[in-house]
Design a binder for this molecule. Structure first.
Ligand code: SF4
Length: 187
């Protein structure tokens, strides 16, 4: 069951349509947040009304930037208090995955996390204006695995500036971490 706790994104990766749409709307980097208890209340209503217990947060960056982490934790805690056996999947940036946030969401039922690493190649990440170094991507995957959350890795293998060196590096890292099913998109 898809659900939203926020809209917009505070980042500006240059391959992504969300910051471009936000700029057009005069809301560059603005991320609007729903009240954590309203989100938990909506989830409780969905469980009670439709018996649906597997939720996917479809937010662009559901965990948000460091300045909004307090709100993010409050949301995880509000969901964890629901007296229902629910499971969660979220989409997140690699640098939005500190252990305390993942622990809080794990307590709320987190099972799967799509993590937009996009590449493990430093120059490629710079070109994409991603704002995360390769080490952060690897650390995010380790954090998820350590907490028993399945990482779903989002990677852009092919784009107009792809090089053989970048492809080799991404392929090598994916193999070395034993990742069996990357979600690939072409830029
Ligand atoms: S963090 Fe995600 S949603 Fe935000 S601009 Fe980058 S790719 Fe788009």
């Amino acid at each position: 069951m898809a659900i939203e706790a926020s809209r917009g994104c505070a980042y500006a990766c240059n391959f992504c349509s969300i910051p471009a749409c936000q700029r057009l709307a005069g809301e560059a980097r603005r991320r609007r947040l729903r009240d954590p208890h309203a989100v938990a209340c909506e989830m409780a209503t969905i469980v009670d009304t439709f018996c649906l217990k597997d939720f996917w947060f479809m937010d662009a960056d559901v965990l948000g930037p460091p300045g909004q982490r307090k709100h993010t934790l409050a949301r995880a805690r509000a969901i964890a208090k629901l007296p229902r056996d629910i499971t969660l999947e979220i989409d997140a940036r690699a640098d939005s995955i500190p252990p305390e946030i993942i622990r809080a969401f794990q307590a709320a039922g987190l099972k799967r996390c799509f993590v937009g690493v996009d590449s493990f190649d430093g120059p490629t990440l710079t070109r994409l204006a991603k704002g995360t170094p390769p080490e952060t991507n690897l650390r995010a995957i380790e954090t998820l695995q350590y907490h028993g959350v399945r990482p779903i890795i989002g990677i852009i293998m092919f784009h107009p500036a792809s090089t053989l060196g970048q492809l080799r590096k991404d392929h090598h890292v994916l193999r070395s971490i034993g990742y069996e099913k990357p979600i690939c998109s072409s830029g």
